[in-house]
Each structure stands twice: as C-alpha cells, then as structure tokens.
Design a binder for this molecule. Sequence first.
Ligand code: KIV
Ligand code: NA
Length: 264
Amino acid sequence: MATTSIATLQKMKREGVKISSLTAYDSSFAKLMTEQGVDFMLVGDSLGNVVQGRNSTVPVTLGDMVYHTECVRRGAPDAFVISDMSFMTYSTPEQTYDNAAVLMQAGANMVKLEGGEWLEDTIKGLHTRGIPVCAHLGLLPQSVNVLGGYKVQGKEEQQAENTLRQAKALEAAGAQLLVLECIPSSLGKRITDALNIPTIGIGAGPDTDGQILVMHDMLGMNSDYLPKFAKDFLAQGGSLADAFRLYTEQVRSGEFPAPEHCYK
Ligand code: KIV
Ligand code: NA
C-alpha cells in the first residue's frame, strides 16, 4: 500500500493542512513530483489533451489509462495514485466494476468518475467491493459536447444548490474524495464545509481542502494559453524540481491559489 493513503488525506482535512496534488502521466515526472513532496498524483484523462494532442478527453481509452497508470506507478512505487476512468467506461455498475479492477491492477489506489447522482449505485458498489472512489463535480470535461464548451459551472444559485446536493449524495454513497473543477470560490467553500471527505479544487478557490493542476499547465508548457486557475511555477522556480517544490509550498501556505486564479 502507498505510504500516503486516503486516511492521510482525511487527517490533513481534519487538521487543516492543505493537500497538494498534480496530474502525472509518466514514470520520470511521477518520481520527481513525489520527491518534491506532492501528496498524491492523478493519472488524468487530460492525457488526451497534453500527451496525445487531442482537443478533448473523449477519445481516451481504458487501454491508454492502463498504460499511463503503469508508467506512473513504476516511477513512484509508494505514492498515492488515482486513475481516471475514461469516457464511457463507467456507464453501468457492472461495466464499471470490471474496468475499475483493471485500473487497480495497473497500479491505481483509487479511481475517479465524473458525474452526479446517477453514479450513486456505481459508487456504492465499487466501495463495497474494495475500490475507493474519487468523485468529480463542477465542470465535467467528458461532457464537453453536452455542455457546448469549457465553462465555469455553478454560477447561478440553483445550479450551486444542485452541485452541493450532488456532493452530499456522492459522499453518502461512499465517495472518499471529491474533485471540484471550475466553480466559484464561494461554492468551493460551501461544499468543502458541508462534507467530511476532502475536496480537491482546480479553479474552485482557496478554501477546498487541497488543490490539483494539470502538470503541463503549472509548468507553463503551452505558450499560447495558461488557464485562469493555473500558474507557471517553472517560470518562478527555474527548474522542474523547484517548480514542484514551490507548488507544494504555496498550496500548503495558501499563497496559491491567489484571487487572480479564482472565479467569483
Ligand atoms: O484529467 C484531469 O487532469 C483531471 C483534473 C483536471 C482534475 O481530471
Ligand atoms: Na480527468
């Protein structure tokens, strides 16, 4: 088992110690991030964008997720690693159990699924069978074709209430961690205060229990575009190791995210 576990992350929430996490896709970066104190890594299906050069996560397959999970695990044998379940690999509970088992056997400690109440039975079933679940609310990139673009979610009060209700339902179903993507800071705080499980924000304000960024964004690798919620830590740190170290330090201290990285 990983030296960091879900119990570690729960304790950090209780004690108010901010959790630092990043996406990772390969062995060398996984090793370097772990050495610099990043608390856990997500093998995100954002690999569709940043590794494969696609314009969404929809084409990413379970096989892709397995390959990158194995790569990350080899570089960081003791780290806490979460793997995304890719598009349409968790449509029914039975299908989800089979596919989640494959990711766990590739080296994941937990799997992540995008969506709300429709996943309650699936999450309950995974949890019961020994597969820990990270839920994901707010902007759901796998639903980009339904949403009509990548937009901030939960700005209207009714939408915010809805997201809060879903968060509580997913926790009750057995989710042990929750990613919140691109929502107003006020909603990030409301959900974090209402839940016992740790929340991890990306563009969800300073009050979530932890932060996550796509590695390529926090290294400023796309010269045309830096998302509002991201910061170029390589520019500040000067080396990859120092970028990862600075990120963790600034998440811990609350220096990141600053107001300019947040949505009102
Ligand atoms: O795939 C990914 O990188 C993610 C993060 C944005 C949380 O799901
Ligand atoms: Na993802």
